[in-house]
Design a protein around this ligand. Structure first.
Ligand SMILES: Cc1cc2nc3c(=O)[nH]c(=O)nc-3n(C[C@H](O)[C@H](O)[C@H](O)COP(=O)(O)OP(=O)(O)OC[C@H]3O[C@@H](n4cnc5c(N)ncnc54)[C@H](O)[C@@H]3O)c2cc1C
Length: 463
């Protein structure tokens, strides 16, 4: 191969050239399939990354940084003429400072590993996508991941204080810092959050950490109509209660959990609502009862409250296991469950969900709905078969409609999964809808200023 010798010189043994060993890097958690990369680099030092990027920049080789490979939009797969840059060896938690409320971590650290370490001192790093066992700090920063606790703590962007980044020309830059306050010109840290590896490679992150809530409790409620679930959240939030977690699951999802995991649910329930309340030891019971009363006023089919950790974990398993259960009820092994991810104003969620469900029926496709209801995030899980043209056409039509519904209800075509390859045209729809083509133009100029040769993750976010 043309570049093998030079890449070996830069990376030593930290490079993969064997086609078979490259196979795991051709796909991520999306339905897209990548092209065989020139090499998979697995560097150990910032200097190796600097030299690699400078070499790729001079030779117009494209680079895709890779964390856990859990992207649902094709953001972490290589296309033509790519090197994959795996951050797997950047997996150290460098320091934790509870007094200053920050930790310094390398990007390849898995989110669950970081939170396991922080649990030892009763702290958390709040971003918790349902993929947290595999998703990394760097990948979740690069997609501005949300997750279940985003209801209370917001998405990743609220938790990043500063970054160390290797730019496409091989220079190393630090943005932001370690302090909680900073007013010092343009916020370059924000630029790299959600950039999907299109501007540079994150090699270190200063992340904000927070004390774990002293006491939590979980309410499980079942309703016969989505309006009631929507109203439950609206009414709870209106009286000043912010749920720690508020997740809903529809009947298709409940049925798949029953088949795949043997879980049971009330026969007449159409929707399941899981709502967590965070409080202090002294007031948790009062806060739980106050919240439950609001939910009871809407006439649930069933409602229970628990503070028992085992029972709480059992209920949580329904939400965490939702996607894998859907995969188990596919009609064939070639069928995929493609996760649509949009957000609407939380108060408009019931209306939006009704439209989405009606469209699935009109197209005759199976779509399971669940999501982070407190912040209006809908995950529409579409059963589609990439081997069948008609099935994929319907999937595309449905995704387009989902995006339209999101925009018409005050939201965004992507809530927390990013744009990748999948949503490039939906992003254009969003700029058109919000009459913001200037914003797209500015994004392109920023990309060109930082990456004039367009080597970083070319073909993702926009062309
Ligand atoms: C079952 C399942 C459930 C999920 N649930 C959620 C959820 O609840 N909430 C949510 O927000 N997301 C969810 N996701 C989506 C996904 O997990 C996130 O997008 C995740 O944040 C990506 O992290 P990763 O380490 O796997 O990154 P990757 O998939 O490897 O990469 C994602 C993007 O980040 C870039 N990147 C990675 N590392 C770096 C780096 N060091 N420097 C620069 N760029 C980098 C890549 O180039 C790519 O563009 C889910 C995914 C799955 C499969």
């Amino acid at each position: 191969m043309q570049y093998t010798e030079a890449l070996r010189e830069i990376l030593g043994g930290n490079a993969i050239f064997d086609p078979v060993e490259k196979i795991p890097y051709l796909t991520d958690a999306s339905a897209f399939k990548g092209k065989e990369p020139i090499a998979v680099a697995v560097p150990e030092t910032v200097d190796e990354i600097r030299r690699l990027l400078a070499f790729c920049d001079s030779n117009k080789i494209f680079v895709v940084p890779r964390g856990g490979g859990t992207s649902l939009t094709g953001a972490s797969i290589p296309l033509d003429n790519f090197v994959v840059l795996s951050m797997a060896k950047f997996n150290r938690i460098i320091s934790i400072s509870p007094a200053d409320r920050y930790a310094t971590v390398e990007p390849g650290v898995r989110l669950d590993d970081l939170n396991e370490k922080l649990a030892e001192i009763n702290f958390i790093y709040p971003p918790d996508p349902a993929s947290s066992m595999a998703a990394t700090v760097g990948g979740s920063i690069s997609t501005n991941a949300g997750g279940l606790r985003a209801s209370m703590y917001g998405t990743t962007k609220e938790w990043i204080l500063g970054l160390e980044v290797v730019l496409p020309n091989g220079n190393v830059m630090t943005t932001g810092g370690r302090v909680l306050k900073r007013s010092a010109g343009y916020d370059l840290t924000a630029l790299f959050i959600g950039a999907e590896g299109t501007l540079g490679v994150i090699t270190k992150a200063f992340v904000k950490i927070w004390p774990k809530p002293e006491a939590t409790g979980r309410i499980l409620a079942y309703y016969d109509a989505i309006e009631k679930v929507g109203l439950a959240i609206k009414n709870v939030k209106s009286v000043g209660i912010t749920p720690l977690i508020a997740e809903f699951l529809d009947r298709i999802t409940m049925d798949s959990l029953r088949k795949a995991k043997g879980m049971s649910f009330p026969e007449t329930a159409s929707y399941m609502l899981i709502l967590d309340v965070a409080s202090t030891n002294i007031s948790i019971n009062v806060d739980l009862e106050r919240t439950a009363k609001i939910l009871r006023d809407l006439g649930p089919i069933d409602l229970s409250i628990t503070r028992d950790p085992e029972e709480m974990a059992r209920i949580y398993e329904a939400r965490k296991g939702a996607y894998s259960s859907l995969l188990k009820v596919r009609k064939s092994s070639s069928q995929k469950v493609i996760i649509g991810d949009v957000v609407v104003l939380a108060s408009e969620l019931p209306a939006a969900l009704k439209l989405v469900a009606a469209k699935a029926e009109e197209l005759g496709i199976m779509v399971a709905l669940f999501g982070h209801i407190s912040d209006g995030n809908i995950h529409a899980n579409i059963f589609a078969d990439p081997d069948e043209k008609q099935s994929m056409e319907k999937e595309e039509e449905f995704q387009k409609y989902l995006g339209k519904v999101a925009l018409e209800h005050g939201g965004s075509v992507s809530a927390e999964h990013g744009i990748g390859i999948e949503k490039k045209s939906l992003l254009l729809d969003q700029f058109d809808f919000t009459e913001s083509r200037d914003a797209l133009d500015i994004m392109r100029k920023i990309k060109h200023a930082i990456d004039p040769n367009g080597i970083m993750n070319r073909g993702k976010i926009f062309d």
